[in-house]
Ligand binder design. Structure first.
Ligand code: CA
Length: 231
């Protein structure tokens, strides 16, 4: 068995079609046609992935996901219609892992499902570092989506601040000189002086360390900085 998938979709023919295709591909499926059942089944069942329509009777998909995420992190792919007032960004913020827009090619959906299950398997087998997602002590960086959170609170970072934080987290525990940081984050084409690094470290500290009363980035006098995962 490749995985157990819940289909929450009120268009009966589409739900049936998905069920047939997924079964043919070797997945086991369950399905329901409204948001209330969808939420109950996803909370009580043991699913590897959920296909979740947005416009649903009783409880819409966004609300189902919001309530589900209070309890579980089962991967969710939104099935959105072109005319849904679905905002991709807020959907992903809510914790959807991916989405497809109807009408979609089944091959595309199957590829997304395989990708998500693979990512999930990988993240479960490594402790706290994976390709697209880094996390330490409540600080979490989603590389694919450029989203940083601290204990579920979103931290707004500019592109450069994000790149800098990512470099720190990828090199956790390793002292990074200003020159190394410049080279990796700004690139060889940066001709200014290394004070820019101090400026950006200050930005990140004000947005994470100061804001949440934690300490991630430590100064190593005369050398540079190190990100540590100790409290
Ligand atoms: Ca619908």
């Amino acid at each position: 068995m490749k995985g157990n998938i819940l289909i929450v979709e009120d268009e009966v023919r589409l739900a049936r079609y998905l069920e047939l295709e997924l079964t043919y591909e070797g997945y086991s499926t369950e399905k329901c046609t409204n948001g209330r059942d969808g939420l109950e089944m996803s909370l009580n069942g043991d699913f590897d992935l959920i296909l979740l329509d947005i416009m649903l009777p009783h409880l819409n998909g966004m609300e189902v996901l919001r309530r589900l995420r209070e309890k579980k992190d089962t991967p969710v792919i939104f099935l959105t219609a072109r005319d849904d007032t679905f905002d991709k960004v807020s959907g992903l913020d809510l914790g959807a892992d991916d989405y497809v827009t109807k009408p979609f090619e089944i091959d595309e959906l199957l590829a997304r499902i395989r990708g998500l299950l693979k990512r999930r398997a990988r993240s479960n087998s490594s402790s706290n570092r994976f390709d697209d997602h880094l996390s330490i002590n409540g600080l979490s960086i989603d590389i694919d989506r450029h989203v940083v959170t601290y204990k579920d609170e979103v931290v707004e970072l500019t592109k450069k601040e994000f790149d800098l934080l990512k470099y720190f987290v990828e090199n956790i525990g390793r002292v990074l000189s200003r020159e190394m940081i410049l080279e990796h984050v700004w690139g060889f084409d940066y001709y200014g002086d290394t004070n820019i690094v101090d400026v950006y470290v200050r930005y990140i500290r004000s947005k994470i360390d100061d804001r949440f009363g934690v300490k991630f980035i430590f100064t190593v006098r005369g050398v540079g900085y190190v990100l540590k995962d100790e409290k």
